[in-house]
Design a protein around this ligand. Structure first.
Ligand code: XMP
Length: 476
């Protein structure tokens, strides 16, 4: 019987290093042979972790988000669209008002939404003007209609739907304006690009972008039902990576799905998983996977190992799969069980090209769902995708009754829980990457390839684990 270890069972041994600053190391990686990332982190394809907002934040920081598949095909396509072409579908964030409404309503709308302008539209969405906070500041007649104060449509600079950020930047600069409404051929308002949007985009030089400068995004598909139709729609929407997502990736169903997707869409990068063995890795690669996702049961909200007795402690799983994938030069993604920056550093030192993170990102502003208050602390909901709640929701969304649900619904392999609110994704990633950079400087590794080459693991005992954690208070 092989001894199998996980992150807490080991430490990395420090080595002689010529790295003077943590800034001098390169954390970039290749997720697939074609797709490079500035930071080796993916957000998990779970319904409490990754929808468009998370995917956008991950890509801006140099990682990648994988949009979960527990929604209809049109919804998932729309999520992709919001990451790839945000200005096309921003109507949800654009504040509009009719021209006959009183200024009082414009004030209220701006106060409620935090917007500094409202676009004035007729009921058929034709754009007739813009009203900014500046226009309102000097008005003291709250009943005056908006149309008397707004900048009128014929004086407005607008652009057609599909305008790129580059073109928008030029127009905003040329006309010294801050808002660029996007309109269709009939003059109907379809979106808005603001100077603030551009600052956000251009402040992230390391963002994960495609050849056309658009943010990259991944999306998950299953292995049965509408998976091919879904994959086709996602590919048409411009998805950069498809992730075949199934708990047991080493099943005939999964292998068949990977083969079929690769055959139909040979030009799209395909990640497949999850597996925890060398043979599982080889079989997925031979079926067509460009990267393999590894992890059976290590996740924070997983109960697979308790419920089924199946799994492989994650460090051993990663090491075995990395070794099996090396001759094929196919990257491994270590999925689940990352609780600290040190865990991530160990996964990468073991040879994973990237990690996938769920619970650590679930508590951020960009994850789906609201924050909840408990005993004065803020939390967000995090649930395993095989938890009872997630399974029941899934069946509801598919229009099936709960009694029609498969046995999955009754034998959950995940839990529903809350995780502490953690602020913005960028803060969490800063901490994770900061830990990784320090690890690399302790090992004298200038990049992730050197990290693997210089990694020497030692197995530690429970006494070593105790010593590794803060324990000064034990003496009191
Ligand atoms: P972390 O530890 O980052 O793990 O929260 C995220 C990963 O957990 C997996 N996952 C599950 N595993 N039952 C499981 O056994 C579940 O219900 C479940 N939901 C998610 C998944 O691989 C994810 O990326």
């Amino acid at each position: 019987m092989q001894l199998a270890l996980t992150y807490d069972d080991v430490l990395l041994v420090p080595r002689r290093s010529d790295i003077a600053s943590r800034r001098d190391v390169d954390t970039s990686t290749r997720l697939t042979p074609r797709l490079a990332l500035a930071i080796p982190i993916l957000s998990a394809n779970m319904d409490t972790v990754t929808e468009w907002r998370m995917a956008e934040a991950m890509a801006l920081e140099g990682g990648l988000g994988v949009i979960h598949r527990f929604m209809s095909i049109p919804q998932q396509v729309a999520e992709i669209g919001r990451v790839k072409c945000p200005q096309h579908d921003l109507m949800q964030d654009v504040q509009t008002l009719g021209p006959h409404r009183p200024l009082r309503d414009a004030w209220a709308l701006m106060a409620r939404s935090g917007a500094t302008s409202v676009l004035v539209v007729e009921p058929d969405h034709r754009l007739v003007g813009i009203l900014t906070l500046r226009d309102l500041l000097f008005e003291d007649a709250p009943d005056k209609p908006v149309r008397e104060v707004m900048t009128r449509g014929d004086q407005l600079i607008t652009a057609p739907v599909g305008t790129s950020y580059e073109q928008a930047k030029r127009l905003l600069h040329e006309h010294r304006i801050e808002k660029l409404p996007l309109v269709d051929e009939q003059g109907r308002l379809r979106g808005l690009i603001t100077a603030r949007d551009l600052v956000r985009v251009y402040q992230h030089p390391r963002a994960t972008r495609d050849g056309a400068g658009r943010l990259r995004v991944g999306a998950a598909v299953g292995v049965v039902g509408d998976y091919l139709e879904r994959a086709e729609a996602l590919v048409a929407a411009g998805v950069d990576v498809l992730v075949v997502d199934i708990a047991h990736g080493h099943s005939e169903q999964a292998l068949r799905a990977v083969r079929e997707i690769k055959r139909r869409f040979p030009d799209v990068d395909l990640v497949a998983g999850n597996v925890a063995t060398a043979q599982g890795t080889v079989d997925l690669i031979e079926a067509g996977a460009d990267a393999v996702k590894v992890g059976v049961g290590p996740g924070a909200a997983c109960t697979t190992r308790i419920v089924t007795g199946v799994g492989v402690p994650q460090l051993t799983a990663v090491l075995n799969c990395v070794r099996a994938a090396r001759p094929y030069r196919v990257p491994i993604i270590a999925d689940g069980g990352i609780r600290t920056p040190g865990d991530m550093a160990k996964a990468l030192a073991a040879g994973a090209a990237a990690v996938m993170v769920g619970s650590l990102l679930a508590g951020t502003d960009e994850s789906p769902g609201e924050t909840v208050l408990r005993d004065g602390q803020r939390y967000k909901v995090y649930r395993g995708m095989a938890s009872e709640g997630a399974t029941i929701d899934r069946y509801r969304r598919l229009g099936l009754g709960i009694d029609e649900a498969s046995f999955d619904a009754r034998v959950p392999e995940g839990v529903e829980t809350i995780v502490p609110y953690r602020g913005q994704v960028s803060d969490v990633l800063f901490e994770l990457v900061g830990g990784l950079r320090s690890c690399m400087s302790y090992l004298g590794a200038h990049n992730l390839t050197e990290l693997v080459e210089s990694a020497e693991f030692v197995q530690i005992t429970p006494a070593g684990q105790r010593e590794s954690r803060p324990h000064a208070l034990d003496t009191y």
